[in-house]
Design a binder for this molecule. Structure first.
Ligand code: 73E
Length: 812
């Protein structure tokens, strides 16, 4: 099939010459310049457009094949996407890497130079946003008809630098110079209402008419999401808020009131202005709820539009559609679909509710109570009055069901209500998400179990079959093939082919090579070369990495206590046989999260102290890599020897950095938390450095009354480390950090300190035996195949989405 033939277009060539012709043509006709005067930016844009063209044909064939088969669709709703840089990925996925490298010589520039200009769209905070990106990659790779919906924030996650020893934030105007990967589709614009009031509809008890007080336009653009090793190209569709034509006040402008003339438009556009730099604890307010509703309303109307292209009967909607909610952020989609069906399309309540419930599924990503979203009822009443009415009705009917199942259990009814009755009445979005969906899943086995047994226990009692686990995964293309080409080549050679790229369990074929001295030697050489490339420290030192958001539950402070203890030990015994280490931290703290920023400051101060110490610095070095993002992760992960996954057990829902690092042959030191448990079960306990309390013990310790001071009193090395911090040896913030650890130590850092230090000694024993270490490293890679997001998507497809692949025909 070649859709271009029908309209008389030529096929794009596949040779380097043909690619170069198209590249020069892009430069001339689409950038409007010539090779002689092309800037680096021109070269980059021309290349991006030329590569994009190669995917556009596959996209056209995908859309045609999907339309023809009228399949069941997966719609992924997520407030965040961390897609990573696009150029290198799209070169790989379109198979044009080699011809492009040849063709760009016309510019007198190398491909690597040009790739430097490819800015990653940082439209997410951390793991949740990157998971969304891995899942859309794997959905395309598995030929699943899918669209990812999100928000096209003007400003992504802030840019971080370290200034005067602490985190500084700058805005990330990521598309300032334009984004060549994006297509706009003004015809699919949507209008979204806010505020206002509701009115009865004559002749109906249930239908209401909502008269919004503000109207905002949602303008879509999309980026291509190619599958690897297949023809499918899906899309991520991102909405941008715009003022309507009427929002510009010409008469005010003419009267010289320039600011007032555009204020309505500015207010509208603020909705998609900035990503909330929020990871789990910080609370956004009204604007954040506006963003959520904006995303859901635009996306659902688009989903309905697409449904109606091929279908007439609403009863088919839930058969043809599954909408996966990425955490509670898009939960407002549930009452919005009810509103659309009941108020706009005139369906009866029961029929609409049956459709709605069968359409949605919900993924929960956290257990932290402070991260479970709730919104004040009064805010809802003002911003989304009709939705509040609908939520009340959903809740009333739901609580009747609870009452019928558990007669007289008023306490249970109160606990389960979608409306929380505290000092301030609040809408509990997680409850709404559980009530309004067909399936609820956690993101790792332990997390799913704790959801069932703690935060969502009442719901699991009522609907046990609704609760599932789908363990997270990561894209092996981005996080092995693109990030670590040296290791990829070695793996392919070791296995005899590169089928592992789409069937990652094939990595198990490396197992016999773990004992092969020549292979091990090459494995070590790859790791060393990656460390040289990273340039973070002595490539022969143990590269110990902790890369993730800064949060007290993740316990960067525990890592720091270890570093300070090592510093003390080396100072006391400079002639000791020390294992040289480079400790690399990277990660951002939410700008308003004071305690996390203090830890960043302290890390940098300890790093400077060690650096200035001639006795210790030959053995110990702290590197704080600024502005952690997907691009930086792709450089650090291949160079890591040791992966720090040291959250307090029961707090990290899954983690995905842990998977990336294990796949690249880093060995984990970690607690029994999140997906660490599953990593350890697969790679083998002898290839994992375990320490610390388990989730049960941690909960018991909290209940039994935890006294951090007792640990301080009992352990001389811990005392020395904390005393040094508190005394301000590393600067003034030390006092605050020490006070919090000694005062309440929310995440049991001191309780796990000794066990952590013991495990670090085991790390050093293993490191001193390179043959043992390398064997452990190879086995980590060999047994991490389960952590491919292709497997995650297969799990969702089989157990939650009940969708199958649609094959897109090849060109011929
Ligand atoms: O454990 C990670 C998990 O691997 C979890 O903390 C993270 O999601 C990852 C992917 O499943 C996560 N992020 C958020 N909640 N859980 C979150 C909450 C509010 C705003 C932004 C992100």
């Amino acid at each position: 099939m070649d859709l271009r033939q029908g309209i008389g277009l030529r096929r794009l060539g596949t040779t380097a010459d043909e690619f170069q012709q198209d590249l020069l043509s892009s430069l001339y006709y689409r950038r409007g310049t010539t090779v002689e005067s092309a800037s680096a930016r021109d070269a980059y844009e021309a290349l991006a457009l030329t590569v994009r063209d190669r995917l556009a044909d596959r996209r056209a064939r995908t859309a045609a094949a999907h339309y023809a088969s009228n399949p069941r669709w997966v719609y992924y709703l997520s407030a965040e996407y961390l897609l990573g840089a696009q150029l290198e990925q799209n070169l790989l996925y379109s198979g044009t890497g080699e011809v492009a490298a040849e063709a760009v010589k016309a510019f007198g520039r190398s491909l690597e130079e040009i790739e430097e200009l490819d800015v990653e769209p940082g439209l997410g905070n951390g793991g949740l946003g990157r998971l969304a990106a891995c899942l859309v990659d794997s959905m395309a790779t598995r030929d699943i008809p899918a669209v990812g919906y999100g928000i096209r924030y003007d400003f992504g996650i802030f840019k971080q630098s370290v200034e005067d020893g602490g985190q500084a934030e700058r805005p990330d105007d990521w598309a300032f110079q334009g984004n060549p990967w994006e297509f706009t589709a003004a015809d699919d614009r949507q209008t979204v209402g806010f505020y206002g009031h509701t009115e009865p509809v004559a002749g109906s008890e249930i239908r209401r008419h909502w008269v919004p007080g503000e109207i905002v336009l949602g303008e879509p653009s999309h980026m291509l999401v190619p599958g690897y090793g297949t023809e499918t190209v899906n899309i991520v569709r991102l909405w941008r808020a715009r003022g309507s034509e009427a929002s510009f006040d010409l008469s005010r402008f003419s009267a010289g009131q320039y600011a007032e003339a555009v204020q309505e438009a500015v207010r509208a556009e603020n909705i998609s202005k900035v990503l909330y730099p929020d990871d789990s604890t910080e609370l956004g307010r009204e604007l954040r709820l506006k963003q959520q509703y904006f995303l859901c309303s635009c996306s659902l109307r688009d989903i309905i539009r697409r449904f109606r292209l091929r279908n007439q009967d609403w009863d088919d909607f839930a058969e043809k559609t599954v909408v996966q909610l990425n955490d509670t952020h898009p939960t407002i989609a549930i009452p919005e679909l009810m509103r659309l069906l009941v108020d706009e399309y005139g369906l009866g309540w029961d029929r609409a509710w049956s459709i709605t419930r069968r359409t949605f599924a919900y993924t929960c990503h956290t257990l932290l109570p402070e991260a479970l979203e709730t919104w004040p009822v009064h805010l809802f009443e003002r911003l989304l009055p009709r939705h509040l009415e609908i939520i009340y009705l959903i809740n009333m009917l739901f609580l009747q069901e609870v009452e019928a199942r558990f007669p007289g259990d008023a306490e249970r009814v109160r606990r389960m209500s979608i409306i929380g009755e505290g000092d301030e009445r609040r809408v509990r979005m997680a409850h709404l998400a559980v009530v309004g969906t067909e399936a609820v899943n956690g993101v790792a086995e332990l997390h799913s179990k704790l959801l069932r047994e703690t935060v969502l226990q009442d719901f699991a009692d009522l609907w046990p079959a609704k609760f599932q686990n789908v363990t997270n995964g990561v894209s092996p293309r981005r996080f092995v093939k693109l990030a670590n080409p040296r290791l990829s080549d070695l793996i392919t050679e070791g296995l005899g082919d590169d089928s592992w790229l789409t069937d990652l369990e094939h990595l198990a074929g490396l197992e016999p090579l773990a004992g092969d001295a020549a292979f091990a030697e090459r494995w070590r050489a790859v790791k060393r070369a990656n460390k040289v490339d990273l340039g973070a420290g002595d490539p022969d030192s143990l590269t110990d990495v902790m890369i993730k958001r800064f949060h007290e539950y993740k316990r960067q402070q525990l890592k720091l206590l270890h570093v300070i203890t090592m510093y003390h030990r080396i100072r006391e015994n400079p002639a000791g046989d020390w294992v040289p280490r480079t400790v690399l931290f990277a990660g951002k703290a939410a700008p308003a999260y004071h305690a996390a920023k203090n830890i960043i400051r302290l890390i940098n101060a300890v790093g400077a102290t060690i650096e200035a110490d001639p006795v210790v610095s030959p053995y110990l070095k702290i590197v704080f890599a600024e502005n952690y993002n997907v691009t930086l992760a792709e450089r650090i992960v291949p160079a890591a020897d040791l992966s720090e996954q040291i959250s307090l057990a029961g707090k990290e829902a899954s983690g995905t950095g842990n998977m990336k690092l294990a796949l690249n042959g880093a060995i984990t030191i970690g607690t029994l938390d999140g997906a660490n448990i599953e990593i350890r079960a697969r790679v083998g306990e002898e290839n994992f450095f375990l320490f610390g309390l388990d989730a049960f013990q941690a909960a018991e310790m909290r209940i039994g009354g935890y006294h951090p001071r007792a640990h301080y009193e009992r352990d001389a090395e811990l005392r020395a480390a904390l005393d040094a911090i508190a005394a301000g040896e590393f600067g003034g913030v030390g006092r605050e950090v020490a006070d919090s650890l000694l005062g309440w130590d929310e995440y049991l850092t001191l309780a796990d300190y000794r066990s952590y230090l013991d495990a670090q000694e085991e790390v050093e024993r293993a490191w001193r035996d390179p043959a043992r270490w390398t064997r452990m490293s190879i086995l980590n890679t060999a047994h991490s195949g389960f952590f491919s997001s292709d497997r995650t998507v297969a799990d969702y497809a089989a157990r939650i989405w009940r969708v199958g692949p649609v094959t897109v025909p090849r060109e011929d």
